[in-house]
Design a binder for this molecule. Structure first.
Ligand code: PMP
Length: 306
């Protein structure tokens, strides 16, 4: 259960949590056309709260809406401030932020081009998405029987509400079979991403991840990890790979705002590497936590203090 906070930002105003309701004719509820973000605010070691890479998330949110031909009635700066204001109004030292742009009620049917475009920002406290144990010991993944959305069916660079039906089918299938995360293949049968995370493998000291131009979401954590690799002198490359390369990898991990940097210790009941959080994964994970909530200040532009 989401722990209720005091306020929700809705269409330009901070209103009481219980009053942030919508009509059942809300268009997005019926057809899934909407854009959203998942962002984290962490309390850093100096006690201050910083929202991680807020500008990048707001940029992707607006891009997602643009991909869906939705005209957002707020500017980048207004959405940026809305996120900061909501965390501040709720007095949260750390939080998960969920801005959402959705199509309100008015006309029904698919076209509904004149319906109001509405925006909300909700913030709540959320611990490790896949669990603290997962961060240390890794998770068991399963190649999904559900393929990632084809790039000519849906637009993977958008974080779009309706896209997540594909992810939920994969996630539920994996969980029902006793695994913690689904690893999805693209329309060519190559590794794409997990239900809500980007995927990395490590082989012979080289980090590898599918390229941005494949069917993945352009993850902000993925980009952070690549910058960490550069700074730490860890070589990396972009490339497509099939499941066998993942089975034979020395290390595997998934990354996302919610899941942070989580090792994948098994896939399809096959042990990856030595079945433990790998050496390179450990360096990347500990650096990541030091950047978002420790005292690593190498990227001050990523920290948006509340
Ligand atoms: N892929 C998918 C499908 C996701 O839902 C997410 C989470 N937003 C990611 C990757 C990781 O993106 P980010 O690092 O920006 O959270």
């Amino acid at each position: 259960m989401v722990k209720k906070a005091d306020r929700i930002w809705l269409d330009g105003e901070l209103i009481p949590w219980d009053e942030a309701n919508v009509h059942v004719l809300t268009h997005t509820l019926h057809y899934g056309l909407g854009a959203f973000e998942g962002i984290r605010a962490y309390q850093r070691s100096d006690g201050r709260t910083a929202i991680f890479r807020l500008h990048d998330h707001v940029r992707r949110l607006i891009d997602s809406a643009r991909l869906m031909t939705m005209n957002v009635p707020f500017s980048h700066e207004q959405l940026y401030e809305a996120c900061r204001d909501t965390v501040r109004a709720n007095g949260q030292a750390s939080a998960y932020l969920r801005p959402i742009i959705f199509v309100g009620d008015g006309a029904m049917g698919l076209y509904a081009i004149d319906n109001p475009i509405r925006v909300a920002v909700i913030t709540w406290e959320w611990g490790a998405y896949l669990g603290d144990e997962a961060l240390e010991h890794g998770i068991r993944g399963k190649i999904s029987s559900f393929a990632r959305n084809h790039p000519n069916s849906l637009l993977s660079k958008g974080k779009i509400n309706g896209h997540y039906v594909n992810s939920i089918l994969a996630k539920r299938e994996a969980m029902a079979a006793g695994y913690q995360e689904a690893i999805m293949l693209d329309h060519n049968g190559l590794i794409s991403e997990a239900s809500g995370e980007n995927i990395f493998i490590v082989k012979n000291g080289i980090v590898k991840t599918p390229s941005y131009s494949s069917s993945i979401l352009g993850g902000i954590t993925r980009d952070t990890v690549l910058k960490i690799c550069e700074a730490e002198g860890i070589p990396y490359e972009f490339g497509s790979f099939a499941r066998d390369e993942l089975y034979l990898a020395d290390e595997c991990f998934c990354v996302g705002t919610a899941a942070e940097v989580t090792p994948i210790r098994e896939c399809d009941d096959r042990t990856i590497g030595n079945g433990k959080r790998g050496e390179i994964t450990s360096v990347i994970q500990s650096t990541y936590f030091d950047v978002v909530k420790g005292s690593d200040d190498r990227w001050p532009e990523w920290l948006d203090y509340v």
